[in-house]
Design a protein around this ligand. Structure first.
Ligand code: RIB
Ligand code: CA
Length: 308
């Protein structure tokens, strides 16, 4: 099967780094570019961490471009509590050899899509600020992009940042509204499915026992999340939000879907950032993942992350 021409927009961040390392192991990916956005960390730190992920995974040389370093309208802080000051769970790593590529993420994303109309698959793993700016730069972007996969939202389940909202949408709801209202072939991979694939039990033990560089970095970063969730809920487990979205982008049959327009709450109240199915609205339909083949995903993820 022909490799997927892939652009990843992300805010690395612990699970973004896991997703990038997972993708580095997949032979069905043709890397086009990576852009970073303000979210878990600032966009510059995100670019450094994306390069850490690529070099730890001994992946290909991929252009990493720094993107927009603040939400579109209202300021929102980075997620230091969740991802640590360095965005890697405060795990100390060797600085990457490569440096970010000159240019602005959204501009280069729009150019890459226009250069290969109808071919690019875009995977958005952070707040949607870069995607919104790219849309404003080039209104033809939805036509140029073959498919857009978004890790974000919480449609029929509670949020993880407020009871109403998931982090990527909550961090920049105005950008999410612009993106989810546009005429793409868009798939939303929300907490409704990513929370179905927690890393725990035998999978966690196997990761801790693995000796490769990817597995060791993953285990060191995820230890923070496993312990935090154990204290919070009594369940020693870690969410793999971005790797789930990455796996679905390459194998959509991993999930089941409902297709509906999606409404984003952009108010300043307690519902800010809520994503709701809006079947009666006139918005463009979004394919929303509702169910994940957990075992198939975890087997694939573990194979990639524990390989040397
Ligand atoms: O809510 C989970 C999402 O927010 C993930 O993409 C994580 O990296 C954070 O950005
Ligand atoms: Ca992310």
């Amino acid at each position: 099967m022909k490799p997927v021409p892939l652009w990843v927009d992300c805010d690395p961040g612990i699970d973004d780094v896991l997703a990038l390392m997972y993708l580095c192991g997949r032979r069905d990916v043709e890397w086009i570019g990576i852009s970073t956005v303000h979210g878990n960390v600032d966009a510059t730190r995100g670019a450094t961490n994306a390069l850490v992920a690529l070099e730890t995974a001994r992946g290909p040389s991929v252009p990493v471009l720094i993107g927009v370093d603040r939400p579109l309208v209202h300021w929102s802080p980075v997620a230091e509590d969740e991802h640590g000051r360095n965005g890697l769970g405060d795990v100390v790593v060797v600085a990457p050899r490569q440096r970010p590529t000159a240019g602005l993420g959204p501009v280069q994303l729009a150019r890459a899509a226009a250069a290969r109309p109808g071919e690019l698959v875009v995977l958005a793993l952070g707040p949607l600020t870069n995607l919104a700016v790219a849309l404003l730069i080039d209104p033809d972007l939805p036509r140029n992009v073959r498919e857009l996969y978004i890790m974000g939202g919480a449609v029929h389940v509670p949020g993880n940042t407020t009871p109403a909202a998931e982090f990527n949408i909550w961090h920049d709801p105005e950008a999410a509204h612009v993106v989810l209202s546009a005429p793409w072939a868009a798939t939303l991979v929300s907490l409704d499915v990513t929370e179905q694939a927690l890393l725990e039990g035998e999978y966690w033990n196997a990761l801790e026992a693995a000796q490769g560089a990817k597995a060791r970095l993953a285990a060191l970063m995820l230890a923070r999340w496993v312990e935090a969730r154990r204290i919070r809920t009594g369940r020693a487990a870690a969410g793999l939000h971005d790797p789930v979205a990455a796996a679905i982008a390459l194998a959509p049959t991993l999930a089941e879907y409902e297709t509906t327009p999606v409404r984003v709450d952009v108010s300043q109240g307690p519902d800010r950032g809520r994503t709701s199915a809006a079947p009666d609205s006139l918005g463009f339909p979004v394919r929303c993942a509702t169910r994940l083949d957990r075992e198939r995903f975890l087997a694939d993820f573990m194979t990639q992350i524990t390989s040397p």
